[in-house]
Design a protein around this ligand. Structure first.
Ligand code: GLC
Length: 647
């Protein structure tokens, strides 16, 4: 950027590029054509955000110049992929899309090791791989890589740029899209911007929210939400070298960026596009809800945060239109849809957004053996705008937070906090009488509903199973949750280890976990369990086989594409959830330890057509009564439905 200070002191990585002059002019023409459509929107948004800047026009021109440059440097295969995706904008909405999320080191050791495991992903039918942060992280504590020290460098212990590029190429050749984190809200205190700020450089200090005394921090603290109230209390950290308070929503070494400064926006936008040129297909936009602060609010979900995301999307449309943006906004159900863009901007923000309420509500249904909260969440979930989709999941590297459900529970219960507290206590399983083996997260006197950590297999009871029956029940619970993620309508993502029922690596009560019990769900992928995946005599083997089968069903059922309409069928039994997808598919979930008999007539099936079971009793015709076994599901399909060809 000509008008801004140097954005990166690190040497930018060279993306693979082989642009001949002729090709370059063609690229310019392509960019110009896209600009005609995109510019009015982009300019208006940026003007709203940064129009006060005296030199706005120069800044804007320089930004577009940098974005054009990123487009020019994009490699030929990526340009081809962009063109293909522009022609098939629903490519990621298909029922064939299934994701997997893992840390590089815990899954494959290194980038090269991940390449070696692509066959394992293919075996499961995975088409999307989220690799948790792999950019150069802060030395020392770094929040699992979420404290980024350089956007242009890879974490050295994971391998070289050559190995990373080999990985992106191999993934692309295998039909797997790569998702990477882009930590939007903060950088590590070791990032050059933070180092510059700490050294007293006022230009870099303006990249952050800093204050000379407690006046403003105290005012913000009245309403801003705390994320780690026990282990990193407060939202501000005193910087000794700067002699100022600095905004740190998460850990003290993660410095929140100040997006009121256009240089921050430009720096992050161009960092993203340079990363896209390495072959990243999807950006998981970490902590999006927090990127704009406003006094008197909880400093989440502010309108300007949405403007920033929409401006980023617009730049992606210009320079890397095959790339997707995925919002990580762990917020209440009512706040989620705005991450797709609202009203006249619907569909102009993120392509994907985590449905964290659905995830938490499914766990709540398991605890309560009632789908009341889950049904409330499903009812409160509007269809996502065209060209967007939920990301559905069961577990991830983070805790299961119950706060996102507060408003939903308040709609059906006069004492929402008590209800959520009971669910939290259930998964803590501290009395040893219950099946889950989870650990509380950020528990303390002012937090009545602490979040829960633990691997899915530990929380569903595989870890604590003492008999073949209790083990089977636990496996069924795990698969029931995954069945919902696969059938709800969205892009389902499997969390590493769940497919082989991997349990907590250590006891949930281990004192070292007190600092951050999220490490409970971050073990190395177990070689032993991986080997057992073909052995039906083991939990790993049974869960893996069944998960593969469910994924295979999903691929053939076009009704499970993300954009097929969804509705709920009213059920009399409180433990049931019944979803209709399009006209041809009904999926029933029994969240209880009892078998539940359903009268097929109550499902409102079109009686002129014949219906059949897809999964259990595959092929059998649905007759008057059907039984949904404890902790199980039934997928019912109109017999005349054409199936997607398996591939
Ligand atoms: C996101 C990540 C989480 C991290 C936080 C701060 O929520 O998923 O692991 O601690 O952002 O970067």
């Amino acid at each position: 950027m000509s008008s801004n200070p140097p954005l990166f002191s690190d040497t930018p990585v060279a993306a693979p590029s082989n642009t001949a002059p002729m090709e370059a002019s063609l690229r310019d023409a392509t960019f110009d054509a896209r600009l005609i459509t995109e510019e009015p929107f982009l300019r208006a948004i940026l003007q709203r955000l940064y129009g006060d800047l005296q030199s706005f026009d120069d800044w804007y021109r320089a930004l577009l110049q940098d974005v054009r440059q990123c487009h020019t440097e994009r490699s030929a295969p990526l340009h081809l992929q962009d063109a293909d995706r522009i022609a098939r904008p629903d490519w990621f909405l298909q029922s064939s899309m299934v994701g997997y999320s893992a840390y590089v080191d815990r899954f494959g050791g290194t980038f090269a090791g991940v390449s070696q495991r692509i066959h394992y992903l293919r075996e499961m039918g995975v088409t999307y791989l989220h690799l948790l942060p792999f950019l150069r992280a802060r030395t020392g504590d770094n929040d699992g890589g979420f404290a980024v020290a350089a956007f242009d460098d890879l974490e050295p212990r994971l391998g070289t740029m050559t190995e990373f590029l080999q990985l992106t190429t191999s993934l692309r050749d295998s039909g797997i899209s790569l998702c990477a984190d882009l930590v939007l809200n903060h950088v590590a205190d070791q990032h050059p911007w933070a180092v510059g700020a700490a050294s007293g450089d006022p230009t870099f200090q303006s990249y952050f929210h800093t204050y000379p005394d407690r006046t403003m921090p105290d005012r913000f603290a009245e309403t801003a939400r705390q994320i780690f109230p026990q282990t990193a209390p407060g939202n501000f950290t005193w910087s000794e070298p700067m002699q100022r308070w600095i905004w740190t929503t998460f850990y003290p070494y993660q410095w929140d960026l100040n997006y009121r400064n256009p240089a921050v926006f430009a720096g992050m936008a161009t960092a993203m596009l340079r990363l896209a040129n390495l072959g990243i297909d999807i950006f998981r936009l970490d902590s999006t809800a927090f990127i704009w602060k406003r006094e008197g609010t909880d400093c989440m979900n502010q309108p300007e945060a949405h403007d920033i995301l929409q401006a980023l999307r617009s730049l992606v449309n210009l320079a890397a239109p095959g790339v997707l943006l995925q919002a990580e906004a762990i917020v209440t159900t009512a706040n989620l849809p705005s991450y797709f863009g609202r009203a006249d901007r619907a569909g102009r923000e993120c392509h994907l957004a985590y449905h964290s309420s659905l995830m938490a509500a499914a766990w709540a249904a398991m605890a309560e053996q009632s789908t009341a909260i889950l049904r409330q969440v499903v009812a409160a979930t509007p269809p996502s705008p065209a060209g967007t989709s939920w990301l559905t999941y069961v577990r991830c590297h983070d805790d299961i937070g119950w706060q996102v459900l507060y408003d939903d529970v308040a709609c059906i219960d006069a004492a929402p906090l008590q209800r959520l507290a009971a669910i939290s206590a259930f998964f803590n399983g501290a009395d040893g009488q219950r099946f889950p083996a989870g650990a509380l997260f950020q528990a303390g006197p002012d937090n009545p509903t602490p979040a829960i950590n633990g691997m899915a297999a530990a929380l569903t009871g595989v870890e604590r199973a003492t008999s073949p029956e209790s083990r089977r029940a636990a496996e069924n619970r795990l698969l029931l949750l995954y069945g919902l993620a696969l059938a709800f309508g969205g892009l389902p993502v499997i969390y590493m280890g769940d497919e082989i029922a991997q349990c907590n690596p250590i006891s949930a009560a281990t004192p070292e976990l007190a600092q951050d019990s999220r490490w409970l769900q971050r073990p190395n992928l177990s070689d032993e369990l991986m080997h057992q995946r073909t052995d039906p005599g083991t939990s790993a083997g049974r869960v893996f086989a069944r998960m593969r089968t469910l994924v295979a069903y999903r691929r053939t059922l076009s009704a499970l594409a993300a954009d097929t309409p969804r509705s709920m069928i009213p059920m009399t039994d409180p433990a049931m959830l019944a979803l209709r997808r399009g006209d041809n598919l009904i999926v029933l979930f029994n969240f209880s330890e009892r078998p539940i008999a359903i009268d097929a007539h109550d499902l409102g099936m079109d009686a002129t057509r014949s219906w059949q079971h897809v999964d259990d009793d595959a092929g059998a015709v649905v007759t008057g009564q059907l039984l949904v076994a404890p902790w199980s599901m039934r997928w019912l399909l109109c017999a005349d439905t054409p199936l997607n060809a398996p591939n």
